[in-house]
Design a protein around this ligand. Structure first.
Ligand code: TZP
Ligand code: MG
Length: 210
């Protein structure tokens, strides 16, 4: 199954966010991420019209496909389907996972979780992977449910059988701590998209992880 190919190893899960990208656009950042060797990219854009998001996803789908990069769309199941993304990522306040599965039966579905109950429920309802966080305090996502952070991650690593991705405030400076608490795949927004030199940032992070 496709997900096995992308999630078993310790690595970076890149998430786009144009507002934090120092004036560069999502397409440029996606190209930089690909050049840096990131193998999972999520399109997450809360401030654009459906049409703009669709157009960007269409381009990023081609770029990711040509470079063997896994492409996940946040929130918009319709866009994910129409550009033939590899997966869709949803949150606790989005459509129920069972309904998303009905709409997109062949797509990887990721669900953000913030506590043990949500994680267990995600597994029961058939999520392919879960987001685990916020691990640390972050300014990137406001109004996020609190989590026990590293303790919650540790619990997931010991109790949950599906792939999981740590997220929230992860940086080069604290990623080793995340790894020590069970982190295997690390989702980052600001640390990557706000890096002046993304390739160098990724290289430095990988050095720390290895
Ligand atoms: N979900 C949980 S925390 C978060 C999301 C989308 C934001 C992560 O952004 P950053 O900049 O890596 O802290
Ligand atoms: Mg959402």
């Amino acid at each position: 199954f496709l997900i096995k190919k992308f999630f078993p190893h310790t690595d970076i899960y890149g998430i786009l966010c144009e507002n934090l990208s120092l004036g560069r656009n999502n397409i440029q950042i996606a190209k930089e991420m690909i050049k840096a060797g990131i193998k999972i990219i999520q399109y997450r854009e809360k401030h654009k019209s459906k049409l703009e998001k669709y157009k960007e996803c269409k381009i990023i789908r081609t770029l990711t496909k040509n470079n063997d990069v896994f492409f996940i769309v946040n929130d918009d199941v319709d866009i994910a389907l129409s550009v033939k993304a590899d997966g869709i990522h949803i949150g606790q306040e989005d459509m129920p996972i069972k309904e998303v599965k009905k709409l997109a039966p062949n797509m990887i579905i990721g669900l953000s979780t913030h506590n043990e109950n949500q994680a267990k429920k995600a597994v029961k309802n058939g999520a392919d992977y879960i987001g685990v966080g916020p691990i640390f305090k972050t300014n990137t996502k406001k109004n996020i449910e609190k989590s026990e952070g590293l303790n919650y991650l540790k619990w997931v690593s010991e109790n949950i059988s599906i792939p999981y991705v740590a997220i929230g405030g992860i940086k080069e400076s604290n990623i080793l701590e995340v790894k020590k608490n069970g982190g295997r795949c690390f989702a980052m927004i600001s640390e990557i998209v706000s890096a002046k030199n993304i390739a160098e940032k990724v290289k430095n992070i990988r050095k720390i992880l290895s």
